[in-house]
Design a protein around this ligand. Structure first.
Ligand code: 5GP
Ligand code: ZN
Length: 115
């Protein structure tokens, strides 16, 4: 999608600190990390949010993104201490970029519930 920040990161038009890449997902460090590890995992294909990942292919993609996020967390050394994977959807959740992304947060004790 031409005007989408994360599509531009996928295409390499905007630089990002890459962590891992697969055929259908990219993981990169959040520009404004809220924890010692704060990585964003996004599909290479533009989808606005989790609710837009519909049908069998959408379900498969969500599964792959979750598994990919767990691999990223493991590779960044978070298995021992634990971590959180979360995706914000819509205004009340504070979604600020309209391209589906999973936050992988770890490296410190995380509060619950989120604010
Ligand atoms: P949201 O608030 O939509 O759940 O998360 C969007 C995230 O994208 C935020 O944590 C924000 O810091 C991050 N972000 C926004 N712009 C950029 C950017 O240009 N590069 C990177 N790496 N992260 C960004
Ligand atoms: Zn996009």
């Amino acid at each position: 999608m031409a005007d989408c920040l994360f599509c531009k990161i996928v295409a390499g038009g905007i630089p990002a600190k890459l962590v891992k890449r697969s055929d259908d997902a990219v993981a990169f460090h959040d520009i404004d990390g809220k924890a010692p590890v704060h990585v964003l995992v996004i599909p290479t294909r533009h989808l606005a949010a989790a609710r837009n990942a519909t049908g069998a292919e959408g379900e498969r993609l969500l599964g792959r993104l979750l598994a990919f996020s767990a691999e990223v967390a493991s590779e960044l050394g978070l298995d021992a201490g634990g971590y959180r994977i979360v995706t914000n959807t819509g205004a009340d959740a504070g979604q600020s970029v309209g391209h589906l992304h999973l936050h992988v947060l770890g490296g410190r004790k995380l509060g619950w519930p989120p604010g």
